[in-house]
Write a protein that binds this ligand. Structure first.
Ligand SMILES: [Zn+2]
Length: 344
């Protein structure tokens, strides 16, 4: 390869998307002591009780004895006499999550967004509003932020079905001026039918495009449960054969054991092309914010020893001033570089 060809190749690789997939574990890691008001994000077990739905559910005589939301939903969805209770549950869930508030200090959700650039994508399975609340405040630091996709709907997201515009739930469609309708929340049942409404389909289309081109994928706190077999199958279809993805890397941020994780994702991960960390601040996102794909290329293709540098990394317990300093250092470097090839 002549020098000019390699330059183009390096640039195109470094410009490829980094896709971050978020599951319930990401929200739990981001508010370990509860939200701004000490309110905990609930896990699937005991959720019904937390929502105060126990007595309502008793009226419909469920066959399942499980207190797991997935089992309960599956039965509610299969029974035509449970329409009313499903709607009630839906509004209780919206109410519950709408109350969650991101704490004032910099949060893992802020760091995730600020670690990425416009070419990247954050796709979340979570209904909670923390990612969007983070987005609204980090937007004041930079507008060069990743695209977002809500794979199971979100309590803060609304859309217009006539014009396919989406946004914050209290906004209006910029085409017809009508207030947005709430996005459908997709429940943990086996067949979620992602193509049923245009909004959900549009979100999945964005994931498809980004996943096909992705150079690096981070899976944060997502356990790929059996109820999400449909989602995993779609992601696998977008990803393609692992033999064709031998330059790409997977990164897992998870407290589960490595064997268990790799087992869930064996259809995606090419031999040793993955890493596992148990804490966001040990991930490539925190070590090399806005440079994750650049670092991957420099380390694996340019054979450079890459090192995370203070002033260009995110650490635990940073205040907003520290965070802005790091982001501004990185943005200045990007502007000075003026579209050329960056290194870490
Ligand atoms: Zn409209």
């Amino acid at each position: 390869m002549i020098k000019n060809d390699f330059y183009q190749y390096e640039k195109s690789m470094k410009d490829r998307p980094h896709v971050v997939l978020l599951g319930a574990g990401a929200t739990m890691a981001s508010i370990p002591n509860g939200d701004k008001n000490g309110k905990k994000s609930s896990v699937m077990n005991n959720f019904i009780k937390t929502l105060g739905m126990t007595s309502l559910l008793e009226q419909v005589n469920l066959q399942t004895n499980s207190d797991n939301l997935e089992d309960i939903y599956t039965e509610l969805h299969e029974r035509s006499d449970c329409k009313e209770i499903r709607e009630k549950l839906d509004s209780k869930i919206r109410e519950y999550f709408l109350e969650l508030e991101i704490p004032d200090e910099p949060n893992i959700y802020d760091f995730i967004l600020l670690s990425l650039r416009k070419k990247d994508l954050v796709a979340t399975f979570n209904w909670d509003p923390l990612l969007l609340q983070a987005y609204q405040r980090v937007y004041r630091i930079t507008r060069d932020l990743p695209d977002l996709a809500f794979l199971h709907g979100n309590v803060l997201v609304g859309y217009c079905s006539d014009h396919k515009f989406g946004g914050m739930i209290d906004d209006c469609c910029r085409e017809c001026g009508k207030p947005f309708q709430p996005s459908r929340l997709l429940y943990p049942i086996r067949h979620k039918n992602y193509a049923e409404d245009p909004f959900t389909q549009n979100n999945w289309d964005r994931v498809r495009r980004a996943f096909k081109k992705a150079y690096l994928v981070t899976v944060f706190g997502y356990s790929a449960p059996k109820m999400d077999a449909e989602a995993i199958a779609l992601l696998k279809e977008y990803w393609g054969e692992i033999e064709d993805r031998n330059f790409e890397d997977f990164e897992f941020i998870d407290i589960r054991l490595e064997d268990e994780l790799i087992n869930s994702w064996s259809d995606f991960v090419h031999t040793h092309h993955y890493s596992v960390v148990d804490n966001f601040f040990k991930s490539s996102l925190a070590h090399f914010p806005r440079r994750t794909t650049i670092e991957l290329f420099d380390r694996t293709m340019n054979c450079r020893f890459t090192e995370s540098k203070s002033g260009k990394q995110f650490r635990q317990n940073m205040d907003w001033q520290d965070v802005e300093k790091v982001v501004n250092n990185l943005l200045t470097e990007e502007w000075d570089n003026d579209g050329g090839i960056l290194t870490v």
